[in-house]
Write a protein that binds this ligand. Sequence first.
Ligand code: TYM
Length: 343
Amino acid sequence: MVFCYFCRMKKNEIVLSGIRPTGNLHLGNYFGAVKNFVKMQETNECYFFIADYHSLTTHPHPDNLQGNVRQVLIEYLAAGLDPEKATLYLQSDIPETAELYLFLNMNAYLGELERVTTFKEKARKQPNNVNAGLLTYPTLMAADIIIQKADKVPVGKDQEQNLEMTRTYARRFNNMYGVEFFPIPTAFNFGEALVKIPGLDGSGKMGKSEGEANAIFLNDDPKVIRKKVMRAVTDSGPTEMNQEKPDPIQNLFTLLNVVSTPDVVEYFDDQYNKCTIRYGDLKKQLAEDIVAFTAPFTERIKELSADDDYILKVMNMGAEKARANAQKTLREVREIIGFRKIY
Ligand code: TYM
């Protein structure tokens, strides 16, 4: 087994991750997840999917669901995922996941599910729709991951707790049946801390559900990007040399760090430390660097959107490979649990 010192992965480790089809991809999705997907497809067996079962927890309309699924696939491809290198598929094309989810739910407990931070947040945000799918979100996520026997899961910081739950359920299954069947997967970012890209509203993370103005999407028009950045929350400026940056300002620097060159970051950092910073200049630079960063994506997204045949071909190719693998795992799981062989 070859271990790569630089990427901190064993060459034969299986990589898997997914994104919910709840809108266009934003910079948080890109820097927290997709950027690593693109890198990892070069060295490992990779499975990247669109979590359409998960999106049912917020009750999308069928037309929106279909359109969003297609859009995420287009954006995966536009970001550089290659269906010849990685298996790209839809979660709902692998119904075996639902059966494994059922098995895992039998050993998942109300107390531990109710303690999950994202469940508590979502229950607060949608008090009229605290459905069982929302509660058991982590067991479905565990099923996604372990059905492909994944070792590494590239995700952003917000998914850390869900990954901990996956580890618990994989271990619990192995212990319960006295087998070393499922690998215990880890959240992965090349040995670095998991990424959290902030939003533009001065607090919290960039997210699809935090309001349009909080997130910058890969296919936003340059005019929209400039407007959103210029409206980002700031304060009245530093009053002491080298003072710590408050959250809204640190957020702008975090964004600058991912899209701008180091000399640009250094320049504005220096200006901040000397109390001579002009936030208007910082925002203009940030907006232009984001526009330059997203321009190639926007182009590719436009091209791919016109190619229905190709998109369908990619979906079918991925479904076939991911499903064959999942069926094998499920056959073995049924045998371990003690069910009769049916396929
Ligand atoms: P989702 O769709 O909310 O987000 C997809 C990926 O983008 C990352 N991300 C961020 N990273 C950094 N900063 C941000 N502001 C930011 N916003 C989003 C997320 O961490 C994630 O990696 N539960 C998952 C989907 C899922 C999944 C899975 C992921 C279902 N099954 C199995 C991995 C493995 C979700 O809702 O991601």
